[in-house]
Design a protein around this ligand. Structure first.
Ligand SMILES: N[C@@H](CCC(=O)N[C@@H](CS)C(=O)NCC(=O)O)C(=O)O
Length: 213
């Protein structure tokens, strides 16, 4: 398999964590989304949504959309499982994953922030206010879900799930953008626990071949 990824893309990071947890080998292909490599014809042929990640299977099939890729990995390589069998617990895991993947990521993505700045002429200061507002809203929901249903030390017990795969990259990016994490003790406890695990470490931005300071 080949993974088209950018080192600090949170959607790529989700997939890297799942690949590492499942022990799957892949060739890493860096796509520098800071300089527009995702907008080349070659990359759009891989992913019409003009972004990363893209997982290329050994038969050449191109899989896009991180949550769809995670679903493929879960179906194809079910052990270790990242989604519990129990329907209620499975929904709890997906609730947290979806707050991050649906409610938070899209509005704070590079292209959304770029549109605010370059088309709507929003200042860097206001762009940061926007970013931090949506992080605060989203992580407040995640914190509440963990408070109500979380078990620890991962989001939902002693094994990582898709919730952890989504939480860690989101927290890493939020810290990078200077968001205060003080109101999210459950989120931060899970984050710190995950950071100590080998699979999560393997997927960290600074360990990727395309990492740049
Ligand atoms: N919903 C998509 C989002 C993919 C996405 O937007 N990825 C970001 C990086 S985290 C990207 O490539 N952004 C490029 C851009 O905004 O131009 C997914 O989950 O895969």
């Amino acid at each position: 398999m080949q993974l088209y990824s950018f080192f600090n893309s949170s959607t790529s990071y989700r997939v890297r964590i799942a690949l590492a947890i499942k022990g799957l080998a892949y060739d890493y292909q860096g796509v520098n989304i800071r300089i527009g490599d995702q907008l080349t014809e070659e990359h759009i042929a891989r992913n019409p949504s003009k972004g990363v990640p893209v997982l290329i299977l050994d038969d050449g099939q191109r899989l896009t959309q991180s949550m769809a890729i995670l679903d493929y990995l879960e179906r194809t390589y079910p052990t270790p499982a990242l989604l519990p069998d129990d329907p209620q617990l499975r929904t709890r895991v997906l609730e947290v994953a979806n707050v991050i993947a649906c409610d938070m990521h899209a509005i704070n993505n590079l292209r959304s922030l770029g549109y605010l700045k370059n088309v709507l002429d929003i200042s860097d200061k206001d762009k940061k206010v926007w970013y931090q507002h949506w992080v605060n809203q989203g992580l407040t929901a995640v914190e509440t879900l963990l408070e109500r249903h979380g078990v620890g030390p991962f989001c939902f017990g002693d094994q990582p799930t898709l919730a952890d795969c989504c939480l860690v990259p989101q927290v890493a990016n939020s810290i990078r953008f200077g968001c205060s994490m003080s109101g999210f003790p459950n989120v931060m406890a899970v984050y710190k626990h995950c950071q100590q695990q080998a699979a999560f470490q393997e997927a960290e931005p600074q360990r990727q071949p395309d990492f740049i300071e």
